[in-house]
Design a protein around this ligand. Structure first.
Ligand code: ADP
Ligand code: ADP
Ligand code: MG
Length: 481
């Protein structure tokens, strides 16, 4: 019987996963809440099931989703990223109901989702990491006392981090004793709001680090392979904006060592399926384990472009008990890939989300070396209640320079009107010499405020493009008269 797979997600990643399911010859079942009535993942899926009014709460409702899965004879569930992807109870609920969860086991998700536990496992496996603490005590006076002791021992700056953290939330840097109490309160409040868990621990800050991560893939028979590195140093609010593969650090021996360390880390955690081991690298090229993300990542596309491996397809096969069909020595990195997150955000207004607006023009680039993973179309109104990612534009090229040139061409070709987007900001970025050199760290955006100094995209060209699109849309034929 043809397998049926439910995608417990929305937006571009739901579309991405549905395509892989269909390519394998399986049936793709989408779920959606009311604000997503007109979303693309519904129309590309083979079947779609409405699960409630939401907003957001139904995509997070484990009992409801499992019930839908059982009613529709679902064999497997892919959680995508975000929502329930890193919720161990969801993985467990699938297992308890005889449904294949396309991701790691509940035990692995639960251990690695807790940054303090993950650090403990990695310390035992002798994986290098920055000095850090256990969870700070719940009592505020005691917590501040312990925090001050730690900070004065390892020297400022230090970072307060949500133990259950993700998406850059619940992270606060502290530079001196006087800031500690207030920053602890803020970190706890953010952690509580985002993760319903106000546990916070501390790490020494790696000053101006590069964020380098390694894609891992492991089957259920003990084979663990890495798919090389990605650099995700271009961030705002500790959250990624631009990702590249492979890392452009010139010391290939160091990169190989980091990849081997990532495989060791995954093995130490009994990891199965696809995952990402994140590291920070300081200016002296020391590297430190940061965390393991137990899911497919937004930026998996850049790795796919340079390895030729379809990671989502592989995830599905491994989850259903197939062994990895390739060895480490089969994996070859070729060329360069850059992904830019085209978000409905106003970069000039602190990247404020632009949800609720309707896309009035949508004209996307194409051609050699261009990949678009999106879910918007002309006339689509962006629901306000979800995140602001519209499209991931991934560009591939043989050399770094060629890839940057292609990226510039694609950004120039891209026209989205209605919401403000990150495109005009990326056009500035792609012409900036340090970006072009490929040598940047997580302080890059702070150090380049001039990238935000552009004229808003109400340009004549865009107005004209919108007009042409509208005429086209109405079927106007200028030659008919
Ligand atoms: P999340 O789970 O939110 O992704 P991470 O632990 O991966 O949290 O950290 C996200 C980002 O925060 C990193 O990419 C980096 O920019 C910054 N960061 C986190 N920990 C440190 C640290 N110890 N030193 C310097 N930067 C850090
Ligand atoms: P398929 O589903 O086509 O049988 P596999 O399960 O063998 O594919 O592999 C999963 C993914 O890895 C596919 O995208 C495939 O193209 C890719 N792949 C398989 N073997 C290799 C290899 N030796 N080198 C690079 N990519 C490979
Ligand atoms: Mg992270």
């Amino acid at each position: 019987m043809k397998k049926k797979i439910l995608v417990a997600n929305r937006g571009e990643i739901a579309c991405r996963i549905i395509r892989a399911i269909q390519e394998l010859g399986y049936t793709a079942v989408a779920i959606y809440e009311t604000p997503d009535n007109a979303a693309l993942h519904i129309s590309v899926a083979d079947e779609a099931v409405w699960i409630g009014d939401g907003p957001r709460c139904d995509y997070l409702n484990i009992d409801k989703i499992i019930k839908v899965a059982k009613n529709h004879n679902i064999d497997g569930i892919h959680p995508g990223y975000g929502f329930l992807a890193e919720n161990p109870h969801f993985s467990q609920a699938c297992a308890d109901n005889g449904i294949t969860f396309i991701g790691p086991t509940a035990e692995v998700i639960s251990q690695l989702g807790d940054k303090v536990t993950a650090r403990r496992i990695m310390a035992e496996a002798k994986i290098p990491m920055v000095p850090g603490t256990d969870n700070l005590p719940a009592d505020e006076t005691e917590a501040v006392k312990m925090a001050l002791e730690f900070a004065n021992r390892v020297k400022y700056p230090i970072m307060l981090k949500a133990t259950a953290g993700g998406g850059g939330r619940g992270i606060r840097q502290v530079d001196n004793d006087a800031q500690m109490k207030e920053q602890l309160q803020i970190a706890r409040a953010e952690a509580k709001a985002a993760f319903s868990n106000d546990n916070v621990y501390m790490e020494k800050v790696v000053v101006k680090p590069k964020h380098v991560e390694v894609q891992i893939i492991a089957d259920q028979f003990g084979s663990t392979v890495h798919l090389g590195t990605r650099d995700c140093s271009i961030q705002r609010r500790n959250q990624k904006l631009v990702e590249i593969a492979p890392s452009l650090i010139k010391d290939q021996k160091l990169l190989d060592e980091i990849c081997e360390t990532a495989v060791r880390a995954a093995k130490a955690a009994n990891y199965t399926n696809a995952g990402t081991v994140e590291f920070l690298i300081d200016k002296d090229m020391n590297y430190y384990f940061m965390e393991i993300n137990t899911r497919i990542q937004v930026e998996h596309t850049v790795t796919e472009m340079v390895t030729g491996i379809d990671i989502v397809r592989t995830q599905i096969k491994l989850a259903f008990g197939k062994p990895l069909s390739f060895k480490q020595s089969d994996v070859r990195i070729r060329g360069h890939a850059i992904e830019m997150r085209i978000n409905a955000e106003d970069p000039q207004n602190n990247f404020m989300p632009e949800g609720g607006k309707t896309v009035t023009t949508y004209r996307s680039p194409g051609g050699y070396g261009v990949r678009l993973d999106g879910f918007v179309y002309q006339g689509f109104t962006i629901p306000q209640v979800y995140d602001s990612l519209l499209v991931k534009m991934t560009v591939f090229g043989y050399s770094w320079n060629e890839t940057v040139d292609r990226l510039r061409r694609c950004l120039t070709n891209y026209v989205i009107t209605g919401p403000k987007t990150t495109i005009p900001f990326y056009l500035q970025l792609v012409n900036e010499p340090q970006f072009q050199s490929g040598d940047f760290d997580t302080s890059y955006l702070e150090n380049h405020p001039e990238l935000l100094e552009y004229k808003d995209d109400d340009s004549e060209v865009n107005k004209l493009a919108a007009l042409i699109a509208e005429i086209h849309h109405k079927g106007f034929n200028p030659y008919a008269a």
